[in-house]
Design a protein around this ligand. Structure first.
Ligand SMILES: Cc1cc2nc3c(=O)[nH]c(=O)nc-3n(C[C@H](O)[C@H](O)[C@H](O)COP(=O)(O)OP(=O)(O)OC[C@H]3O[C@@H](n4cnc5c(N)ncnc54)[C@H](O)[C@@H]3O)c2cc1C
Length: 803
């Protein structure tokens, strides 16, 4: 074993070997993989090997396509067969809602380059005679699904990596990890020590234990998972191999395994395995079967596929594999640790392993994952994702693996986790709460006396009328919304302004002013959008996306000068309330002794002032696009401030509004938001943010790439469409058609109540961006006509917010 390496990868499951292969492919040859036992000795060896391209996140879906297409490459390099069976796959719908979901999935596949096809029950039956068609209403056919041999895939990656220069040591356990002052690592193993510049935790079932060696509690939990293999079915003999299927109503998947069928289920009463610690002596072991637990799913399966009910069971497999709370992998550099990377929580190693390896290798060798991997980034979780939270969420996610997640559906497990001081007050106002990074926030307010519950649907829900009322209150009088759910940073020091200028695309504002600014990566892509507020020469308050707080923190920490600047995340310290609407000034004026007239406190002003009794930071800005104020106080003042504003607001017609109304109002203003319109696959000119990019500044991260984008004009444009919708609005990810071809996709959409229009923000190809008509948006399988708006639907000149 080498004693000094550039990278040590811990774990020889399908994920670790993929990382190793991609590192060598990227040119890093001095890499070592350390495996406790033999390759595949974790969850990999007993996997069913199924592969799918469909994923709820389009960017993860792309990486899944990449993974499946990679197998030819590693087979060729290594000479090792991956045991590929590209049978094609069917996703079967048994209810109209599921059929709607399938239509939306097919639609999304259009711009992802997927060849998904919606087919009738009769066509499905022809392709899949084992089914009883009485239980189904339609299906999707995906030609590149199938299954692979877990052993073959793992060894093909491993051999390809070795050919590329990597070393793999087996029967060697990493027992401890010690950081050196220079950020490198001493890796203690059962066979001696290795000094590594970078470490990758690909420990799979033991990822938590490897994390704990460096004081990290990773939000990962293994669940027991069972599948059975039937005796051979004589009717399959001599036939083309059966397609891979997913039956959502039965919550089962099935494929052919030699002469029999393999059927697995994600049962509702799933059971975690080793919830605290994974034993080191667990090897290529299986867990005891528990058919009772999966009996309800099997019963449905036997009705849907009667032939399976009469086939004998040859083998039952019960094995554990790991999940993160949201079911997506945990990948990337760990915030606050130097040169420590993770690639774990991968629940679909054979669909995702290649994409995970590519992403991590890009990140390590080039400093950037090369794709939009937000959905997999380890930084999306913080200390709040405790072991108990992870346990609750993973169980929920497992039990819902094949259930529909409606766009307006809030899941219940692990709640409430974080609440603000006015939680009970909002509850008393009949708030319907949503959860965002563990934080409860009001989505909308149900009428008094009615249950605070939203019907889940792809169409407009029972929230519609209440949200309309909330929007009306803001546009006509004044509304109040809690805005605790933002990420915040305090940046101070003599070097603060220069540092911010070097990492943000816009000019640093003058004291007492706010500047909106994108943050770009070196490739000139959007990795953040901030409200940058300046309190003093050397003191700034940054407001951004709450979910990305650790992502930003990691980015900032790695770019901090050694002295002169302090940066401190403070999201839950400053809890805000915002008031907006034409009466908001009068309301705020009644509780402050500062003159709020536009001449002395104009649009985009920011300063500290007392609001009632409370020291506050107040900005004249509102995401509603109306006259409005954001008032930030530290947590201990929030409740009393809320009471003050509610009381003082009575005579101004104050009404509460929630996140749904805020979203409707920002849509009618064509305001983009992080993770929707602004993501690392878009440039600032494409996103229409050019006025916030100051190329006159001599240097900032991404400047050259942004200048090049400006010169070339980028590839696409963010536009606003008004859709001729019926009772369903765009949600996000729907394809946009123009002149018979798909020219883009929706990033967010909804009903804009003040202008009574169904609005969608979308990226379309540059060549059609100037057209105003001829667009269609595919909503639940139906292409609805749409026109492009030349300006925001509401107050296009922005007069109200400047009033
Ligand atoms: C019953 C079952 C069916 C499945 N079906 C499918 C399917 O159809 N399709 C699909 O895509 N996925 C499926 N999976 C999931 C799939 O198995 C996982 O996604 C995949 O195995 C994850 O691989 P990994 O490399 O992250 O982890 P693991 O396979 O657990 O590998 C981790 C490796 O790290 C080693 N290791 C850990 N700690 C140390 C240490 N300290 N020192 C040295 N070595 C260490 C372990 O020995 C192990 O070999 C299934 C899983 C099960 C259990």
């Amino acid at each position: 074993m080498r004693t000094h390496v550039q990278v040590a990868v811990i774990g020889g499951g399908v994920v670790g070997v993929s990382v190793l292969y991609h590192l060598t492919k990227a040119g890093w040859k001095d890499v070592l993989l350390i495996e406790r036992a033999e390759l595949t000795s974790g969850s990999t060896w007993h996997a069913a090997g199924g592969m799918h391209t469909v994923n709820g996140d389009p960017n993860v879906a792309k990486l899944q396509q990449y993974t499946i297409k990679l197998y030819d490459e590693i087979e060729k390099i290594s000479g090792q067969s991956c045991g590929l069976h590209i049978t094609g796959g069917l996703m079967l719908a048994g209810t109209p809602e599921r059929l709607d979901w399938l239509k939306m999935t097919v639609a999304r596949g259009r711009y992802l380059g997927m060849e998904l096809e919606l087919i009738s029950v009769a066509e499905t039956k022809k392709l899949y005679p084992l089914m009883d068609e009485a239980h189904f209403v339609g299906a999707i056919l995906d030609p590149i699904e199938g299954h692979a041999d877990p052993y073959g895939v793992t060894h093909a990656y491993a051999k390809s990596a070795q050919i590329g220069g990597a070393e793999i040591v087996r029967q060697t356990r990493v027992v401890d990890l010690k950081p050196r002052a220079d950020g490198t690592w001493d890796v203690m193993t059962t066979q001696g020590n290795v000094h590594a510049e970078h470490l990758v935790n690909a420990g799979g079932l033991w990822a938590r234990e490897v994390g704990r060696m460096v004081g990290l509690e990773l939000p990962v939990l293994a669940m027991e998972h069972q599948y059975l293999i039937t005796e051979d079915l004589p009717e399959l003999k001599g036939q083309k191999e059966q397609l891979h299927i997913i039956d959502f109503e039965g919550e089962i998947y099935m494929r052919q395994e030699r002469g029999g069928m393999l059927m697995g289920t994600y049962e509702r009463a799933g059971v975690p395995w080793s919830p605290r610690t994974t034993p080191w002596d667990f090897g290529q072991d299986l867990l005891p079967n528990d058919l009772e637990r999966i009996a309800p799913s099997l019963e449905v399966g036997f009705q849907h596929f009667p032939r399976i009910a009469t086939a004998g069971i040859k083998k039952i497999v019960n094995g554990p594999f790991t999940f993160a709370p949201d079911g997506n992998p945990l990948v990337g550099p760990v915030p606050s640790l130097k040169n420590f990377w993770v690639a774990c929580g991968v629940m679909a190693g054979f669909s995702q392993g290649g994409g995970v390896g590519l992403t991590l290798a890009n990140w390590m060798t080039q400093g950037d994952p090369g794709a939009d991997v937000w959905a997999m980034d380890i930084a999306r979780y913080g200390g709040w994702a405790t072991r108990a939270y992870t346990n609750a969420k993973v169980r929920e996610n497992y039990s819902r693996r094949f259930r529909i997640r409606f766009p307006n559906e809030e899941l219940e497990a692990g709640r409430p986790l974080k609440t603000t001081p006015i939680y009970e007050q909002l509850k008393a106002e009949n708030a319907v709460f949503g959860e965002y990074c563990g934080l409860e926030h009001a989505l909308w307010f149900a009428p008094k006396g009615k249950p605070a519950r939203e019907d889940v649907t792809f169409h407009r829900s029972n929230a519609h009328a209440s949200v309309a009322e909330e929007c009306r209150a803001v546009r006509d009088a004044v509304g109040l919304i809690e805005i605790a759910n933002y990420g915040k940073f305090e940046v101070t020091g003599a070097g603060a302004a220069d540092w911010l200028s070097s990492i943000m695309a816009n000019r640093v504002p003058a004291v007492g002013r706010i500047a909106l600014t994108p943050m770009l990566n070196e490739r000139g892509k959007l990795i953040g959008d901030f409200t940058m507020c300046r309190l003093a020469d050397d003191r700034f308050f940054l407001i951004g996306t709450y979910a990305a707080e650790r992502y930003y923190q990691r980015w900032f920490e790695r770019r901090m000068p050694p002295t002169g600047v302090s940066m401190r995340p403070c999201a839950m310290e400053y809890l805000g309330l915002s008031i907006a609407g034409p009466q908001s000034r009068a309301l705020l004026q009644s509780v402050v002794d500062v003159d709020l007239a536009t001449a002395s406190f104009p649009f985009m002003a920011f300063r500290s002032m007392d609001v009632g009794l409370f020291p506050a930071l107040v900005g004249r800005v509102s995401f509603t696009g109306d006259l409005g104020y954001e008032i930030w106080v530290t947590a201990e003042y929030q409740r009393a401030l809320y009471e003050l504003l509610v009381e003082a607001g009575r005579k101004h017609g104050l009404r509460h509004f929630g996140g749904r109304a805020l979203n409707a109002m920002r849509l009618e203003k064509s305001f983009g938001t992080w993770a929707r319109e602004y993501r690392p696959i878009y440039g600032p000119y494409e996103a229409g943010l050019e006025r916030f990019v100051d190329l006159r500044k001599p240097a900032f991260i991404g400047r050259e790439a942004a200048a090049a984008e400006q010169a070339r004009g980028g590839e696409r444009r963010l536009v606003t469409l008004e859709i001729d919708a019926r009772d369903a609005d765009a949600i996000g990810d729907e394809p946009i058609w123009h002149a018979g071809r798909v020219v883009g996709w929706v990033t967010s959409g909804g009903y804009a109540h003040s202008v009574k229009k169904s609005i969608a923000l979308c990226y379309v190809n540059k060549d059609v961006a100037a057209s105003t008509s001829g667009f269609e948006v595919e909503l639940i399988g139906e292409r609805r006509a749409a026109v492009r708006l030349n300006a925001a639907a509401f107050d296009p000149q922005g007069l109200r917010m400047r009033a």
